[in-house]
Design a protein around this ligand. Sequence first.
Ligand SMILES: Cc1cc2nc3c(=O)[nH]c(=O)nc-3n(C[C@H](O)[C@H](O)[C@H](O)COP(=O)(O)O)c2cc1C
Length: 199
Amino acid sequence: MSITVVAINGSPRKKSTFKALEMLLENIKEDCEKYLVNLGDFNIKPCQACNVCISKGECVIEDDFLKLESKLLKKADILIVGSPVYFGNITAQLKALFDRTRVLRRKWGLKNKFLGALAVGRSTHGGQEHVLQAIHAWGLIHSMFIFSESDPTAHFGAALVCKKDDPVEFDEWGQKTILSMAKKVDEIITFLRKIKVED
Ligand SMILES: Cc1cc2nc3c(=O)[nH]c(=O)nc-3n(C[C@H](O)[C@H](O)[C@H](O)COP(=O)(O)O)c2cc1C
């Protein structure tokens, strides 16, 4: 059974959040397909509340959303969404993507996928937990299965402090949360294989 893990970097740049997601994917030991998507490489416009997704089941905004939707969001069994903390919240780019997935919710296209969250901020207690909860809220509204980390850190997901950009330097605890989230992904993959065999 082939399992696909898709990580989405909600930062407009390829820096600390990208690095953290890269580390996470590298530490997944179970066999799976892995993709790391940079939102900054896609043009995703904000939702205009035209409601065509509700009346016709399609989004009429012309940009890169369809590319992202068909290639990645739909294909993923396990999603890991990462965002830098911007004023205690997720980035505008990530919020635009979340809002645009309303068209998928209408068909329950993301239902029962697994979702984990990762947050990077400059400060300790800079709003990382709020970012994790904002990502979780998106997943809950899509009826996804939310996961955090495995032992020894298990709390709300990977939460990091990036003290320096060049080169990227993370706090020690944050790095542990990355490793235990990778361990959790391994546990989910094992679980998915097991239930598939027992079907
Ligand atoms: C507009 C803006 C707002 C920010 N607000 C916060 C904040 O509220 N808390 C915090 O800890 N860091 C804040 N930061 C710092 C970023 O979260 C931090 O530099 C992060 O590592 C950037 O991620 P990236 O390297 O993946 O782009 C802010 C940065 C920007 C550009």
